[in-house]
Design a protein around this ligand. Sequence first.
Ligand code: BTN
Length: 277
Amino acid sequence: MSEEAHNSPFTGEVKDGLKTTVLGSSLLFYESVDSTSRVARELAKEGAIEGTVVFADEQTEGRGREGRSWFSSPGSVQLSIILRPDTSPSKVHMVTLMTGVAVAKTIRHYGIDARIKWPNDITIGGKKVCGILSEMGVLRDSLDYIILGIGVNVNVDMGSYLKELKETATSLKAELGRDIPRIEFIQSLLWELEYQYKLFERHDLTTISNEWKALSDTLGSWVKITTQKEMLEGEAIEINRDGGLVVKLKDGSLRTIFTGDCTHCRGIGIEDGESDR
Ligand code: BTN
């Protein structure tokens, strides 16, 4: 069965023992679909309720940030969540940050030192284990919905990966040396995410950014940031109240960036010592 959602044992098991009140209010599972975020967006446009989660075992056209594609390996978890917060489009990057905190905390329950690489990669020992894509729908200048797409390398066998990819990506299985129950992982992730979302809805952005800072792999690093308009380099010194990354440039001036790609460099100003972390 493909391209067709159904009430599988999977959704039943996720629902069973789920401690959330909003996230997971409706669950849809696909064995194979182009992109859970594409499906979630369609559902959101049709008025699907907040907290709807779309899962897939396989995505044939998974989407990543900056128009890149996202490959879903067997054993990974991919899901997209519909949120409808009462906030302005300018606050959406905070939802991305809070999602990073929730994913990192979920992984840390397994005794793994998961960290957040700005803006939204979750890394272990500098290798990417999860990608987050947040997209929004706007109606007459107001936020209609956010689609939070999360892909985590959970029970992924890294043995089959190319050498270059193994140097930059990892999985929970590779870190722990064993599989973990995916249902339990998803329930825990939705719970952590709901906790962060409640903070966001209460406008407690300080708690979210403090948690983000404590888990950050980026703050204090020399970074190279590429945005659609420019490339800049400097020390990542702060995340501000609005979720912007404050970078101190070589000339001492400060710049605040909200979206872009970030590369961690090994030494201050050493360009050829980069690691794509
Ligand atoms: C990134 O580029 O790091 C973000 C990757 C986001 C991938 C997830 S998997 C579930 C959801 N569906 C998609 O098509 N993309 C997101």
